[in-house]
Ligand binder design. Structure first.
Ligand SMILES: [Zn+2]
Length: 368
């Protein structure tokens, strides 16, 4: 887990001897704690480094079959995103650390921009989201099953070869792989023909702080603002209702099966899901905004003006409480500034040069 959240609580005691003893205990505990945390942090740093390295290699392999322009465009974005997450890792990982020694100059010469802007410009997406965008928009994969099969193969190529049990990666250890993808679509009400579709991946970056930063960046600059509103409300608002013709399916790479929406997503979105939500008491300790549903539904809203105009929040007695514009306005009024402040606070300790007025986002040299 993230080292930021593992500091021991200060101890409060009564009586001086007892107090001193407890202080010694506290110091011992602190030392033990440091001993435990340090190797974990170092191990986590190494995992992230290897993960980035494998991701770059795997993505280069995927880009073999496309045009030079498309390959450059996507590679620049992936490199920048990986370097950005390396920079905001604790302890940091430099761009050179992610590359095999013999390749550094070659990659730098070919893609100079990500090397210059990883600590000044923000990414719009995690590396896995960029990979998913490439696969769904640029590779001709006829159906969902084919896409999932291809993604499984890609995920396998991202796993470190098994050397021994200790070094073996498990899904959770891998810094840049998504645990789930969501497919959502709009179907024709008469013949159920798919009219629009969109994909999204779960937040694929390691570390709680890094996830909070990326969720906030997505809410402020990437997602449709209705999705941002739902995420910011964190279950305290009524769900956003989508038209009946919209449906959503999430596939988990961990269980290798379709999964119902979690309790958080169920509270945020009233949308047809396959499989449907099931009530349960299992612990769901991920953050609001972490699930693949958010990115997928946001992409659908970006791509379908009609659906975008129809989403709303409905009261318990069936009356419409908020239309899309009300939802967007509410996000701006209540959450936008708070989110900006949160990103600034969290990213400053990583020596990220975030300009005051307007944040810079990475734009690849090779446009499409
Ligand atoms: Zn969820």
């Amino acid at each position: 887990m993230d080292g930021h959240n593992t500091e021991p609580e200060p101890m409060e005691t009564e009586g001086s001897n007892q107090h001193r003893e407890d202080n010694i205990n506290a110091v011992e505990q602190e030392m033990q704690h440091k001993k435990n945390v340090k190797p974990n942090k170092e191990k986590q740093r190494e995992n992230t480094m290897t993960s980035g390295n494998l991701f770059i290699t795997a993505f280069m392999g995927l880009l073999q079959d496309t045009s030079k322009e498309v390959a450059c465009h996507y590679m620049e974005r992936v490199l920048h995103s990986i370097f950005f997450f390396g920079h905001i890792n604790n302890p940091p990982i430099t761009p050179d650390d992610f590359l095999p020694e013999g390749y550094i100059q070659k990659v730098k010469g070919r893609f100079p921009k990500p090397f210059k802007e990883y600590n000044t410009h923000l990414p719009h997406y995690t590396p896995y989201s960029i990979l998913l965008e490439y696969m769904t928009e640029r590779m001709e994969l006829e159906n969902l099953d084919l896409l999932l099969k291809k993604l499984e193969t890609v995920n396998k190529s991202l796993l470190k070869p098994k050397i021994n049990n200790e070094d073996q990666f498990i899904a959770n250890d891998f810094a840049f792989t998504a645990s789930a993808v969501t497919y959502c679509c709009v179907k024709d009400s008469n013949d159920a023909k798919v009219l629009k579709k969109a994909f999204g991946s779960s937040m694929s970056c390691k570390g709680k702080t890094q996830r909070i930063i990326m969720i906030a960046i997505s809410a402020l600059h990437v997602w449709d603002r209705a999705i941002s509103y739902a995420v910011c409300c964190a279950g305290s608002s009524l769900p956003i209702t989508f038209p009946e013709r919209v449906s959503c399916t999430t596939y988990s790479f961990k269980t290798r099966a379709k999964i119902p929406p979690c309790n958080k997503c169920f509270k945020m979105y009233n949308v047809n899901c396959d499989p449907e939500h099931e009530a349960h008491n299992r612990k769901e300790d991920w953050l609001y905004g972490n699930c693949a549903e958010n990115e997928s539904l946001s992409r659908l809203l970006h791509g379908d003006e009609d659906v975008r105009g129809e989403i709303c929040i409905i009261g318990s007695n069936g009356q419409k409480l908020m239309n899309r514009q009300d939802i967007v306005n509410k996000f701006k009024e209540e959450y936008e500034e708070k989110m900006k402040k949160k990103v600034k606070e969290l990213i400053t300790p990583f020596k990220f040069k975030l300009s005051k007025d307007q944040w810079d986002f990475f734009i690849p040299e090779q446009s499409l």
